[in-house]
Write a protein that binds this ligand. Structure first.
Ligand code: ADP
Ligand code: MG
Length: 301
């Protein structure tokens, strides 16, 4: 097959592992920087060009769209959808998962367990908002934050109020959340491919940090997940419409709760922690599913 990975940097672990596994399976694959693509969206024959050359004949696209270039990155994915090229994760699903509030609303509608979460525009109702999530301690998050940046734990009611007002003063969109204390600075990353959790790891926050993100100094460990965690992760990925997803769960007293669903989950941590060849599983999934007729939205909406 002829495959392209949309990624800003081909030297990164995840794209280079997928290139390695795809080549080992006889595929033609290259990494394309989506920010260097330009496209003709008006023509009867929609096209994408890269460094002066039209991108033609691709049968599958693997989008790795970082949070810093969601707008243009998803436009490039959408353009491939217009050209009826199979995209492993579709543009609408990527956009959906990038917005924490939107994702949680969709998950909640389908009965997925979530931390109690509140959202408001005006700071006039900050007190009510904090009460809604059962008071302090509480977690405050920037809607488009990533890698643990923009996630704050307010230990007291007053701290919560100040942080909410400070963020809102900067016009930032935030959500507030019940603090799942019993998770004990640990979360579980379930790596979903298709309808299966193909690997799972536990991330443990650096001493003194409630955030378990690897980028914040967290460490990764093997973990055995429960059937309930497994089915929650698979359902969450389905609801978001993602074929490949990193579903992050916390172990709460009332069962697994989903924190977020990541559309470009990294491979390094999960392959290191589990010893599993996740890159190969992704390529195998593409081999089985890459038909343009399998594109659900064709770029709509
Ligand atoms: P990001 O997109 O920046 O990774 P997350 O929502 O995943 O933001 O939060 C970062 C980390 O903070 C999580 O991995 C988890 O360890 C911790 N965390 C987030 N929300 C909560 C919460 N409600 N209760 C306890 N810990 C939380
Ligand atoms: Mg996270």
């Amino acid at each position: 097959m002829k495959i392209a990975i949309l990624s800003r940097n081909k030297e990164l672990y995840s794209p280079s592992r997928m290139v390695e596994e795809a080549r080992a399976r006889g595929h033609e694959i290259r990494v394309i920087d989506p920010l260097r693509c330009y496209m003709n969206i008006t023509s009867h024959k929609p096209s994408i060009h890269f460094k002066g050359e039209p991108l033609e004949g691709y049968e599958a696209i693997i989008p790795r769209i970082g949070a810093s270039f969601t707008f243009f990155g998803t436009a490039v994915v959408r353009q491939f959808e217009m050209m009826e090229v199979y995209c492993l994760n579709e543009s609408v699903a990527i956009t959906r998962s990038r917005d924490k509030l939107r994702s949680l609303q969709l998950l909640s509608r389908k009965g997925i367990g979530l931390p109690i979460t509140g959202f408001a525009h005006s700071t006039k109702y900050t007190k009510e908002l904090i009460d809604l999530v059962h008071g302090a301690p509480l977690v405050i998050k920037l809607l488009e934050g990533t890698q643990g940046l923009g996630v704050v734990l307010a230990e007291t009611y007053n701290a919560g109020e100040s942080v909410i007002e400070a963020f809102r003063g900067l016009k930032a969109n935030i959500l507030v959340q019940e603090f799942i204390k019993e998770a004990d600075s640990k979360d579980i990353r379930c790596f979903v491919v298709g309808n299966k959790v193909v690997a799972a790891m536990m991330r443990v926050g650096r001493k003194g940090d409630f955030r378990s993100n690897i980028h914040r100094g967290g460490s990764v460990h093997k973990v055995k997940i429960t059937p309930e965690e497994r089915s929650t992760a698979v359902r969450a990925a389905r609801i978001m419409g993602l074929n490949v997803a990193g579903v992050d769960l916390l172990r709460s007293n009332h069962g697994p709760v989903v924190m977020e669903v990541n559309s470009s989950p990294g491979l390094r941590g999960i392959e290191t922690a589990t010893g599993k060849n996740v890159a190969k599983m992704i390529i195998e999934f593409i081999e089985k599913n890459a038909l343009s007729s399998n594109t659900k939205t064709k770029g709509q909406g």
